[in-house]
Design a protein around this ligand. Structure first.
Ligand code: ARG
Length: 458
């Protein structure tokens, strides 16, 4: 097969070089986007009089036929044709002859590849946003289902203060919303049309970039041709967004791996999302969660791959950049698959509410509320902290709870304290005492739950 750039060469490319430099094995994934941008380019070339309307029509129809052939699996791919652009253009020329030879007017593979990748990323963002939404819906439904359940809240993985299960689920809804917002923000940089920058300097052909932008749905056109072919910061940004999603999923996965243990005994994972052991008959392993935690490494690896790839690259296009797609595709596929499994995992998991309730009074979850009660009785904060710390120590000695200490103990701290203090002791009463905006106060949580149901509903 002849090269599209063969003119100045006298020797054929070494087969080993072909194998080493090809990208068709992975960039064939961009065929739809490559064909879409080529169709828009052809239309524009007809608008400026460099193709007749009939020629442009023939090019568009033939490109569509090539797309169908690729989809049917009969299209011949070959490493000698390097990449997706060359494959599509060569197939076009094979079918249309000289008309096909006109398509590459006023463009280069350098601006073409960035355009294709941007079209692909735009689609990927749409898919991710929908998956995030599905996960958020699953989380909100769990919040609704477990509305009344109180969980021990942890800091440093030590029992800290009580939180409503609904509050816990909504915390993740907030995190994934930020992930969605970040993707939408990234879209602003993606949505700037590269095509028309040509190799690096623009072109003397009087192309109409606005027309191509309109056709492809890009709200803006890149204003500096040199910038275009070297720009991969939209990819670093997109993959950072993916890393952040993977980090959220990985932290949650770790949490639920712990919560599913006999030691924590807080959740029951769905059987269909766990696997057994080949030797220990009793085992039910949380493999999906473990892999979700593990795959975070791979996504971080992709970001590192991209950053090291662009580090120290001089202006403008350099062939190194071809390797960006490996990291891009792998990061997307990994995060996409994790998101896909996270939603049904959330839906299928049940809290062991009885086991949780049995131990809820352990660990002094009401101690901070007691301190705040003292503060509201006029005790300076540091003094209240000290006093409750001593009460906890006393309880540990007596092996009892704060609510089981006799009134005299409280009277010693502030006269009259014992009259009201028992109202905030014990986990459910401590829970009722919360007030502040954004807190786990049942009223606050109900408001937030309603807000999210509203926002995600429909
Ligand atoms: N396959 C190349 C890539 O993915 C396309 C651009 C090649 N440009 C060039 N002048 N060799 O980056």
């Amino acid at each position: 097969m002849s090269k599209t750039w063969g003119g100045r060469f006298t020797a054929d490319t070494d087969k080993r070089v072909e194998a080493y430099t090809e990208s068709i094995s992975y960039d064939r994934r961009l065929y739809r986007h490559d064909i879409l941008s080529s169709k828009a380019h052809a239309t524009m070339l007809a608008e400026i009089g460099l193709l007749t309307a009939k020629e442009a029509q023939a090019i568009r129809e033939t490109l569509d036929a090539i797309a169908r052939e690729i989809e049917s699996g009969t299209f011949p791919f070959s490493t000698s044709l390097e990449d997706i652009h060359t494959h599509v253009e060569s197939a076009l020329i094979k079918r249309l002859g000289d008309v096909g030879r006109k398509l590459h007017t006023g463009r280069s593979r350098n601006d073409q590849i960035v355009t294709d990748v941007k079209l692909w990323v735009r689609e990927a963002i749409g898919l991710l946003l929908e998956k995030i939404r599905q996960l958020q819906i699953a989380l909100v439904e769990s919040a609704e289902r477990e509305k009344g359940l109180i969980l021990p809240g942890y800091t440093h993985l030590q029992r800290a203060q009580p939180v409503l299960a609904a509050h816990y689920f909504l915390a993740y809804v907030e995190k994934y919303q930020r992930d969605a917002d970040r993707l939408n923000d990234c879209l602003k940089r993606v949505n700037v049309l590269p095509l028309g920058a040509a190799a690096l300097a623009g072109t003397s052909i009087p192309i109409d970039r606005e027309s191509v932008a309109r056709q492809l749905g890009f709200p803006a056109v890149a204003a500096n041709s040199l910038d275009v072919s070297s720009d991969r910061d939209f990819l670093v940004e997109f993959v950072s967004c993916l890393v952040q999603i993977a980090l959220h999923l990985g932290g949650w996965a770790e949490e639920w791996v712990l919560w599913a243990t006999t030691e924590f005994n807080m959740i029951e994972l769905p059987d269909s999302f766990c696997t057994g052991s080949s030797i220990m008959p009793h085992k039910k392993n949380p493999d999906v969660l473990e892999l979700m935690r593990g795959k975070t490494a791979r996504v971080i690896g992709s970001l590192t791959h991209l950053m090291v790839l662009v580090k120290g690259l001089p202006m403008a296009y350099n062939r190194d950049l071809q390797e960006d797609k490996l990291a891009l595709f792998d990061a997307f596929d990994t995060v996409s698959a994790s998101l896909e499994l996270a939603a049904p995992l959330v839906e299928g998991t049940r809290f062991r509410s009885e086991a949780i309730a049995l131990r809820l009074e352990d660990g002094f979850l009401d101690a901070t509320t007691l301190m705040e009660y003292l503060i509201q009785q006029g005790v300076p904060m540091r003094q209240a902290h000290e006093a409750v710390g001593k009460l906890v120590r006393l309880c540990e000695e007596k092996r009892c709870r704060l609510g089981e200490l006799p009134p005299e103990v409280y009277e010693e701290i502030v006269a009259g304290l014992s009259r009201g203090v028992y109202k905030v002791l014990g986990v459910s009463r401590a829970m009722e005492a919360f007030r502040s905006f954004g807190s786990t106060a049942p009223e606050q949580v109900a408001q937030q739950l309603a807000r999210w149901q509203n926002r995600l509903g429909g």
